[in-house]
Design a protein around this ligand. Structure first.
Ligand code: FE2
Length: 248
């Protein structure tokens, strides 16, 4: 399979996947098949699993989209897709741990899930959520309050990608001060989402605001793109941080 030529070793392909062994786990990815805009089938999930193994990742937190408009995922749909990936791991004897969670979009459906205790936290504690890309919306403060009242720690996905905050770093401080944790997308440091996102990612790292990192990979193409991380000197610093990604 041509896609896996990089797994055969340096002789067949000099561009081996980047080692992410120091990070130990990926806290944000779309590896579950057929339930969002990530992997569409089990073959694509397997490609990702093999790549993760080659990268030295030990644990993957599957975080499919949960949003009322496009991806109405529930415990049931996520658990069913999760079982398929667990089966792939067992069948192919891969040294990977998996956890099923979600990336919640800040909409009314999210409020309902919080109210009804229907959330799927990471490590029984962290709720990964994302904001709209165009504007922060009206829900932020209330949502954080509700999550914290339930004993959860809100974990904001890719804060560097919200352009409405790029010239307002004080907004980042406000969120951090309310007890929200930040999850950085590794690809942001490569400039994959744009130069402004890369700059924001670097500013967040320099401010010591990053608590966890994730690939936000929707397929093996995103994992392969991570090779470009070696061109950013901050990647070395990032690997030294006491990130939530480390297994206890
Ligand atoms: Fe995502």
């Amino acid at each position: 399979m041509a896609l896996f030529s990089f797994l055969k070793g340096p002789k067949s392909n000099p561009s081996l996947p980047l080692s992410l062994a120091s990070l130990e786990s990926d806290w944000h990815c779309h590896v579950l098949p057929g339930i969002d805009d990530g992997c569409q089938n089990e073959a694509q999930s397997l490609e990702m699993l093999l790549c993760y193994t080659a990268m030295g990742i030990k644990k993957i937190v599957a975080t499919p989209h949960v949003r009322a408009d496009f991806y109405k995922n529930t415990h049931t749909t996520i658990s069913a897709a999760f079982q398929k990936v667990q089966h792939l791991i067992q069948t192919h004897n891969l040294p990977l741990l998996m956890e099923a969670s979600a990336e919640y979009y800040a909409d009314e459906n999210f409020f309902q899930l919080i109210t009804e205790n229907q959330l799927m936290p990471i490590d029984n504690q962290y709720i990964l959520f994302e904001l709209p890309m165009q504007n922060p919306g009206l829900w932020g403060t209330k949502m954080i309050e509700m999550l914290q009242k339930k004993g959860y720690t809100p974990l904001l996905a890719h804060p560097e990608r919200y352009r409405y905050w790029h010239n307002k770093p004080q907004e980042w401080s406000l969120w951090k001060n309310t007890g929200v944790c930040f999850q950085l997308n590794l690809l942001s440091l490569t400039g994959y989402y744009g130069a402004a996102e890369r700059r924001a990612a670097e500013q967040l790292l320099e401010a010591d605001y990053i608590d966890a990192v994730g690939t936000d990979a929707h397929g093996v193409r995103h994992l392969q793109k991570l090779n470009e991380l070696t061109q950013n000197s901050l990647f070395d610093n990032l690997q030294q941080l006491p990130l939530l990604n480390r297994l206890g």
